[in-house]
Design a protein around this ligand. Structure first.
Ligand code: PHE
Ligand code: FE
Length: 296
């Protein structure tokens, strides 16, 4: 496999990460080695053994409608036919994390950037940047759910708008993405379920997010989330729980964030692990094993 082309390292909202070329490429499917297909299969099977009863129904529905399987790394062109017909989204292959404005522009146009390369066998349990498995297995199934597909497009538009308001709004919007799209939990009649892509693509966090007594689990509240710092290097100290995708949509897509950004101007951010008055607490975490600092 050709190594992805790294341009430079840069401090971003995801930490100090390599920034790749912004080019949209063709997924070089024929170049995947047998070992890389095996890595996909291993990760896929491992998560499928863990996620029943833990991930939400909507995730499984999307995954199976897309026909993803451990057999081989999916072809984006085949997924795209199904995705376009259902919610109008298109996967585009990229080298890795994109500059924020490019990312927002793609989302606003219902294009989801997917890193085309997969982690090395020695990175099976942990990789610090998104790869094919995280982007595809983690994010794409919910793009088959119309309300979530609409949320993601609106988020892209919201990002372009936040960028015009400045850095603080961008930070607040990024926290919203982090605590929903990446690390969100859903309250169901059967109990809490995972929908966040950063959790479903991680073996250890799939268990930790739901079963550990260490983290807080707190009901979703827009401004609370927008003010809450997060961790990029460890499990989350707090997970926010939505009651439904409809609730998430109404709380985020419907309101104009302009006045909210104005209201939050200069407001102090909350540490990642705090429980506050007024929180709807599902679990107040024991905090066991938490590092003292490193919130971003
Ligand atoms: N409604 C937000 C705004 O007016 C945009 C948005 C949509 C933000 C969806 C997040 C998620 O800026
Ligand atoms: Fe992600």
């Amino acid at each position: 496999m050709d190594q992805p082309r790294r341009v430079e390292h840069q401090m971003t909202d995801k930490g100090y990460v390599p920034v790749y070329t912004t080019a949209v490429v063709d997924q070089p499917w024929a170049s995947y080695s047998a070992e890389e297909h095996r890595t996909w299969a291993t990760l896929f099977e491992r998560q499928m053994a863990l996620l029943p009863g833990r991930a939400c129904d909507e995730f499984f529905a999307g995954l199976s409608e897309l026909g993803m399987s451990p057999h081989s790394i999916p072809k984006f062109s085949e997924l795209n036919e199904i995705l376009r017909a259902k919610t109008g989204w298109t996967l585009i292959a990229v080298e890795g994390l994109l500059p924020e404005l490019d990312f927002f522009t793609h989302l606003a146009n219902r294009r989801f950037p997917v890193t085309w390369w997969i982690r090395k066998p020695e990175q099976i349990d942990y990789i610090s940047e998104p790869d094919l498995f995280h982007d595809l297995f983690g994010h794409v199934p919910l793009l088959m759910l119309p309300i979530f597909a609409d949320y993601m497009q609106a988020y892209g538009e919201g990002g372009l708008k936040a960028a015009r308001y400045g850095n603080e709004p961008l930070t607040e919007l990024t926290r919203l993405y982090w605590y929903t799209v990446e690390f969100g939990l859903l309250n169901t009649a059967q109990g809490l379920r995972i929908y966040g892509s950063g959790i479903v693509s991680s073996k250890s966090e799939s268990l930790y997010s739901l079963e550990s007594t260490a983290p807080n689990r707190i009901g979703f509240d827009l401004k609370r989330v927008m003010r809450t710092r997060y961790r990029i290097d460890t499990f989350q100290k707090t997970y926010f729980v939505i009651d439904s995708f409809e609730q998430l949509f109404r709380a985020t897509v419907d309101p104009d964030f302009g006045p909210i950004y104005y209201e939050l101007k200069g407001a102090e951010a909350f540490p990642a692990g705090d429980v506050l008055d007024g929180d709807r607490v599902f679990q107040s975490g024991s905090g066991e094993g938490w590092p003292v600092d490193g919130d971003v």
